[in-house]
Design a protein around this ligand. Structure first.
Ligand code: TXA
Ligand code: MG
Length: 350
C-alpha cells in the first residue's frame, strides 16, 4: 500500500488534509493523525471492523483496550453510561488536553474498543487537527499511539512513516507533538480515582480538582490524601511492564562524574562506540561514545524531546542507551514511568 503524507502548515493544506482524513475514516480506513501527546492511529470508534484493522496494523493484543477520542463533552457523554461530578470537574479543568478518563462504557461502544471490559477510556485532545477531523466525521475516534505494539510512540510524522509506512493509506503531518508522552489515564470507576498511567498532568495537579469535590462533601471521609494520588500507576489491561521500548538495551543510571560513568559503561560490557548517553545535568564530554544528547532539565521540555531521542538512538544502531536518572518530583513521574518501561527486560517477550 502506498502511504501518503499530507502537510498542514497553511490553512488550505490543513483543510485539504482534514477532508482527506475524514473521507478515509468514514470509509472505515485507519489514518495516522497528530495529537498533542503523541501521534495516533485513528479509526471510527463505533465501527468494530475499522478498529480491528488498527489492532492488526499495530500487532496489538486484543486484551488491550483503546482510548476513544472526542471533540466535546457532549460527544464524551455518548460514549459513557455514567458521568460522576469528578468527571465534570476534571473535564472542565483539563479538556481539551492530555488526560484520559476511564468511565463505565455506553452500549454504543463496541467490545473491541474496551477489550470486552465494562469501562471505556475517553479523551478530548487539544491538537486542532484531530479536533477538526472528529468534527468533520461526527463520530468519536479510537486512537492508540501510531506505533507497532510495545515500541516507542511517535512524536512526529517521520517516526510514523518509519514504522507504519506501507501499512496505512495516510499520515497527516501536524508538526512535533507538544506534550511528547502519552496522556495521564485516570480511572474514575474506583473511589478514590486511581492513576492507571501517569502522564504530564500529575497527581499534584489533578488531585486539587478532585479534592475540591471532596470538600463539597462527596468524596471520602478523613480528608487525607488517598494513596493513589502518589501517582504510582496501577495495572491497566494494557500496562505491560515492557512497553515504549527502543531496540537497544536501556538503563537508567546516576553518575558522580565522567570517570564514574565511564567505569559503569565498561562494567556493563557494551562497546563505548555503541553506547548513547542521554543526560540532563551531569553532561559527559562525549569522548568515544556513540552519541551524547543533552535534554533540558525541565519536565515539559524533557517530555517533548525524549521519544525523538530514543528513535534517534534506534536509527543510529545504538546497542546501549544510558539515561541519566530523573529527579524524584511528581512533575517527572510520567516520564520516569515511560523510561522504566523502556528499560524493562521482559523475558516473556523474548
Ligand atoms: O496520549 C494518548 O493517550 C495517546 C494519543 C494518541 O491520544 N494514545 C495512547 O493510546 O497512548 P494507547 O492505546 O497507546 O494507550 C492507551 C492506554 C493503554 O495502556 C490502555 O490499557 C489504557 O490506555 N486504557 C484504555 N482504555 C482503558 C480502559 N477502559 N480501562 C483501563 N485502561 C484503559
Ligand atoms: Mg501506545
Amino acid at each position: 500500500m502506498k502511504t501518503v503524507v499530507l502537510p498542514t502548515h497553511n490553512p488550505a493544506l490543513f483543510n485539504e488534509a482534514v477532508g482527506r482524513a475524514a473521507e478515509l475514516l468514514k470509509a472505515g480506513e485507519s489514518v495516522a493523525l497528530p495529537t498533542e501527546t503523541v501521534y495516533g492511529l485513528a479509526a471510527n470508534a463505533l465501527d468494530s471492523r475499522a478498529v480491528a484493522q488498527v489492532f492488526e496494523v499495530k500487532g496489538r493484543p486484543s486484551h488491550n483496550p483503546v482510548i476513544v477520542h472526542v471533540a466535546s463533552v457532549k460527544m464524551a457523554l455518548r460514549c459513557v453510561s455514567g458521568w460522576p461530578a469528578s468527571a465534570d470537574q476534571l473535564a472542565a479543568a483539563f479538556w481539551p488536553g492530555p488526560l484520559t478518563l476511564v468511565l463505565p462504557r455506553s452500549r454504543e461502544i463496541p467490545d473491541i474498543v474496551t477489550a470486552g471490559g465494562s469501562t471505556v477510556g475517553v479523551r478530548w485532545p487539544s491538537h486542532p487537527f484531530i479536533q477538526e477531523v472528529i468534527r468533520a466525521c461526527g463520530f468519536p475516534l479510537a486512537v492508540p499511539s501510531a506505533n507497532p505494539a510495545s515500541a516507542v510512540s511517535p512524536t512526529n510524522a517521520g517516526h510514523v512513516l518509519k514504522s507504519l509506512g506501507g501499512k496505512i493509506p495516510l499520515i497527516v503531518d501536524g508538526g512535533q507533538a507538544q506534550v511528547g508522552i502519552e496522556s495521564t489515564v485516570l480511572d474514575l470507576c474506583s473511589q478514590p480515582p486511581r492513576v492507571l498511567r501517569p502522564g504530564m498532568i500529575d497527581a499534584a495537579v489533578w488531585s486539587t480538582v478532585v479534592e475540591m469535590e471532596g470538600r463539597a462533601g462527596n468524596m471520602r471521609a478523613g480528608g487525607g490524601k488517598p494513596r493513589d494520588m502518589e501517582d504510582a500507576p496501577l495495572r491497566s489491561p494494557g500496562q505491560f511492564v515492557k512497553h515504549y521500548a527502543p531496540k537497544a538495551r536501556l538503563v537508567i543510571w546516576e553518575w558522580r562524574d565522567e570517570t564514574d560513568l565511564q567505569s559503569q559503561v565498561s562494567n556493563a560490557n557494551f562497546p563505548k562506540a555503541g553506547t548513547n548517553i542521554i543526560a540532563h545535568t551531569k553532561i559527559p564530554t562525549g569522548e568515544g561514545y556513540g552519541r551524547v544528547s543533552v535534554l533540558p532539565h525541565d519536565p515539559a521540555a524533557y517530555a517533548r524531546a525524549i521519544y525523538a531521542e530514543l528513535h534517534r538512538c534506534d536509527d543510529t544502531g545504538a546497542q546501549l542507551i544510558v539515561v541519566e536518572a530523573l529527579p524524584a518530583e511528581a512533575r517527572w513521574h510520567g516520564i520516569a514511568d515511560r523510561l522504566r518501561r523502556a528499560g524493562a527486560v521482559d523475558l516473556s517477550h523474548r
